[in-house]
Design a protein around this ligand. Structure first.
Ligand code: SF4
Length: 441
């Protein structure tokens, strides 16, 4: 039986797809790269924004055609959208089964049951499941950069966010299983390990037999970094209310922990932050940024921001703009607010900023950020950086793409080098998104 899987959304979803493939391979399935060879088609979904869900519904239409063309194909919907929509998804004629993020061990049984009993669903959330004993099947064929989930779920319940409802309560994974997985990846030739969690700073593992014995995120980060000083370690996502000096000092002690912190602010207005239930103020956020810059002067900082959240005024928007000017992010993921059914905001706060206003504010933030990114990148021109090559550049097979420790994208002539190598490059020119370089060593 061949299984084909498509993944939407964040890197945690990519890692979940790798977990599902591992579970299915143990049950006798083989992963295939194309839809038309698949006996089992899976789509791992994201619910964070409405357009992500619309894309999935579009793909289900394509899968329905494929089922019509070839009999006997089973289609399953996994992930956050499966958890949010539950039985409603079974009304879609393309869908044979639905499995939520904590039900992946059950996928082989669900597939088998479809043939006997028809449509199936398992969307039970768990307080314990971390898939700690499942070694994910890596989909990164270049074998350069791998992702490890260190925890699942989130306890924060930011008012706009669907994640706590679809991924359940926070659980930290056994650190020994994480370190073992990282060591296995390094032995297999991976050069970069990405530790993933919705809020890595709240990672807190306690020994079930001796709860006084705990491992924090800073401890875990150091344990992984110490496996091999030539293997890079990255992590995401940090939370401004939880990040502490211990993590920053752990980074400072290890040159192979990349100098990049993704630090989602969401808004520069205290009124909005309160309404979003982010549990920090603008002043606290700026203090944390100052602390990062004090301990790690060469650390890039990136962010997420939402334009046009419920009740956002021109003054709130101006606060976001001024915060962007104050922090000077290296780059940002910028979105206009999209109300998600089931969130606290959808129940308590009207989505009352007109679309045209949201779009105009978002465009202003994007224009400002592009300007800042370009200014920061211009400061890199003439400097040299160590870059880990990830593969060919998007535009030309004669060029390679790699990243600096600060997560900046560099493009340079291949000159016989290949993915997985470290090279030293000098920056020749830049755009707001890319550094054009030459290899100097
Ligand atoms: S920290 Fe907030 S935004 Fe991030 S996953 Fe948790 S609830 Fe969602």
């Amino acid at each position: 039986m061949n299984v084909y899987i498509e993944t939407y959304g964040c890197q945690m979803n990519v890692n979940d797809s790798e977990v599902v493939l591992s579970i299915l391979e143990k049950a006798g399935y083989r992963s295939c790269g194309t839809l038309d060879q698949a006996d089992l088609i899976l789509i791992n979904t994201c619910s964070v924004r409405d357009n992500a869900e619309q894309r999935v519904l579009g793909r289900l239409d394509v899968f329905r055609q494929e089922k019509k063309r070839r009999g006997g194909v089973v289609v399953g919907v996994l992930g956050c959208m499966a958890q949010r929509m539950k039985e409603k998804l079974l009304d879609n004629p393309a869908v044979d089964f639905v499995a939520g993020p904590d039900a992946y061990r059950d996928v082989p049984r669900l597939v088998a049951a479809v043939a006997v009993e028809g449509k199936q669903i398992n969307t039970l959330l768990s307080h314990e499941e971390t898939y700690a004993d499942v070694t994910p099947v890596r989909m990164d064929r270049e074998g350069v950069s791998a992702f490890i989930s260190i925890m699942r779920g989130c306890n924060n319940v930011c008012s706009y966010c669907i994640v706590p409802f679809v991924r359940g309560a926070e659980r930290s994974r056994d650190p020994q299983s994480i370190v073992r997985e990282a060591a296995g990846l390094i032995a297999a030739g991976y050069k970069e390990i990405n530790l993933l969690g919705q809020n890595v700073d709240s990672y807190d593992w306690r020994d079930p037999e001796d709860p006084a014995r705990r491992v924090t995120f800073a401890d875990l980060l150091e344990r992984v970094a110490e496996l091999n000083p030539r293997v890079r370690v990255r992590f995401a996502t940090s939370h401004p209310k939880d990040i502490g000096d211990a993590v920053l000092f752990a980074m400072a002690r290890h040159a192979n922990i990349c100098r990049h912190i993704h630090f989602p602010v969401q808004s520069g207005s205290d009124v909005m932050l309160e309404k979003m239930r982010r549990k920090y103020t603008r002043a606290h956020y700026l203090q944390q940024v100052a602390r990062i810059r004090e301990i790690l002067p060469d650390c890039a900082i990136t962010t997420d921001v939402i334009a046009g959240f419920s009740g956002e005024t021109d003054a709130d928007h101006a606060d976001t703009m001024s915060l962007f000017r104050a922090v000077r992010y290296d780059s940002a993921f910028m979105f206009q607010y999209s109300e998600r059914p089931g969130t606290l905001a959808s129940r308590h706060y009207p989505d009352d900023v007109p679309l045209a206003v949201k779009t105009a504010r978002l465009n202003e933030i994007i224009a400002l950020q592009n300007e800042i990114s370009l200014e920061i990148n211009r400061e890199c021109v003439g400097r040299t950086y160590e870059v880990l090559i990830e593969g060919p550049s998007k535009r030309s097979a004669a060029e390679l793409m790699g990243r600096t420790s600060q997560n900046k994208t560099c493009v340079f002539p291949a000159e016989g080098h290949k993915a997985g190598e470290y090279v030293t490059v000098r920056v020749l020119s830049c755009t707001s998104a890319t550094l054009r370089c030459e290899i100097v060593g």
